[in-house]
Ligand binder design. Sequence first.
Ligand SMILES: Cc1cc2nc3c(=O)[nH]c(=O)nc-3n(C[C@H](O)[C@H](O)[C@H](O)COP(=O)(O)OP(=O)(O)OC[C@H]3O[C@@H](n4cnc5c(N)ncnc54)[C@H](O)[C@@H]3O)c2cc1C
Length: 314
Amino acid sequence: KSVTQWLQDHGQPREWQERFWNIIALAILNDSPEHTSAEIFKRALKAMFHGKRENSSLAFPLTSLSQLLRMPAENYVRQHGGTILTHSAVERIDSIYDVQKGDSHPERFIITTADGRRITARAIICALPHRQALQVLRSSNLSENISLLLQQMETLRDSSIINVHLWFNKVFTQLPFAAIIGRNFQWIFNTRMIRTKDSHTPTHLTLVMSGANSFIHLPKEHLLHVALQDLHAVLPESRTASLLHYLVIKERTATIALRPGVDALRPGPETPVHGLFLAGDWTATGLPATIEGAVRSGKQAAALAIRLLSGEHS
Ligand SMILES: Cc1cc2nc3c(=O)[nH]c(=O)nc-3n(C[C@H](O)[C@H](O)[C@H](O)COP(=O)(O)OP(=O)(O)OC[C@H]3O[C@@H](n4cnc5c(N)ncnc54)[C@H](O)[C@@H]3O)c2cc1C
């Protein structure tokens, strides 16, 4: 069932859908409520409103996501004896079997990277985005049993996000952020004010469009025009400001499309290849394709890999 069908079943008038539900559903599920899963939406609402109060709070990063999330994670891995290779994309993973033992499980894996490295591992967590994971697994020599998983992954579709950053020569709003109803972009964030608590010039606004598949192919100049039209419609004072600079960021494959029934297509952490695990926001987390889902799946995959390796040692 789609989010729209579910809302209709519960007697939510069209106006409430347009002015309240749709804006929340689009932000959470990154696609139109007519095409997204009511089940996943319900789970997200439950997680937000049936738990602790802070579960439903809005959080704005005050620094870049790299500083907030990536760097502490990298430090943690290094401090615990791990190694991180960057600019070293995985091209393929080959499973090696001990023919003499006649084992049906791979004894080890060899990972080949684009810069020519060959890394040996007993267990692997493939935490690549959905498209890249599919490409790497297709190029790999693993096991025939993996073909069903690949077919399942091929059926997953993408949903886009477009961000348009605008810098103006004057201040014309004191709103930290606002939802836009009935236009093309759905949110305006007063990025400079949120990050620096400073509402002086230049004003830096970010307009966000989730579920942007029908706009993603448009030229950047056209998207700028659409963003300015939406901004002028909701904040007419913006017409009096001069645009100093702009940046359009298109994320074509921002998340998987969470269509009704998609739960059955998202693979879990275990694969048909013993020792190869999957993680990522697109896997069967039960949640929308979010950071929280990615973390949850990473923890599950790590627990399974640790169990496998500690079983081998004992
Ligand atoms: C514009 C935008 C806004 C978003 N806003 C939010 C939000 O407000 N809240 C929220 O919770 N989520 C948000 N998301 C979604 C969030 O970014 C993802 O859910 C999250 O990053 C998924 O984490 P992940 O670890 O599964 O994948 P990723 O973060 O995509 O990490 C996968 C990693 O694999 C690497 N990689 C790719 N190919 C290879 C290869 N061949 N070899 C080695 N490494 C490779 C990539 O470089 C990347 O570092 C947003 C996404 C976008 C695009």
